[in-house]
Design a protein around this ligand. Structure first.
Ligand code: VGL
Ligand code: ZN
Length: 195
């Protein structure tokens, strides 16, 4: 799996069992853990060694309490993933794989909706695209929440940037089943591989 990386999009409590709980979310977390085992198979060793050989990058929706996408501000979503709250945290089963320099936050600007992980930054203000290039990545595996929004936008930006993109279809959760299926079709037609 040299030159591959996994991008985990918004596997955060508000999207799993919180204010914007999505369908298939608990199952998607379990399947993601299975995929991590599979993708890192044969690498053995301690957890930190696995992370050194197979990068796992995390995208996090991190909003201020008065974000423009919230219904109280005239937006379309209930308040969710407010920075510093439990709802904005990565699921605890995935936390052992989280590294600060490989974590990209988006949506922290009150007046901007950002669905793509490509718009996020790590604490050193580097983007997902920059880090994937530094890691010599060619193939990017993507999982997360929600298929129709952040997963889709992230996959499409990865594709535009020249990466081969594999969407792990059992490792995603969605707002609606129809929206999920439609997004899978659209991604397939653009050249994203559904694995
Ligand atoms: C998302 C709705 C609002 C997502 C983020 O991660 O797909 N959806 N904010
Ligand atoms: Zn959001």
């Amino acid at each position: 799996m040299k030159n591959s990386a996994l991008v985990v999009v918004d596997m955060l409590y508000d999207f799993i069992d919180g204010t914007l709980a999505c369908q298939n979310a608990e199952n998607a977390v379990k399947e993601t853990l299975k995929q991590i085992d599979k993708l890192t198979k044969g690498q053995g060793g301690e957890e930190h060694e696995i992370l050194d050989t197979f990068p796992i990058l995390f995208v996090r929706d991190q909003h201020p309490a008065d974000h423009c996408s919230f219904t109280e501000q005239g937006g379309t979503w209930p308040a969710h993933c407010v920075a510093g709250t439990h709802g904005g945290e990565v699921h605890e089963d995935l936390k052992p794989y989280v590294r600060e320099e490989l974590t990209f936050d988006k949506g922290y600007d009150k007046s901007l909706e950002q669905y793509s992980g490509f718009e996020g930054l790590n604490t050193a203000e580097q983007t997902l695209g920059e880090i994937l290039e530094l890691l010599d990545t060619t193939d990017v595996y993507v999982c997360g929440i929600a298929t129709e929004f952040c997963v889709k936008n992230t996959c499409e930006d990865l594709l535009k940037a020249g990466f081969k993109v594999h969407l792990l279809k059992d490792c995603v959760a969605y707002v609606t089943a129809e929206g999920h299926l439609k997004a899978l079709e659209e991604m397939t037609s653009k050249g994203i591989v559904i694995d």
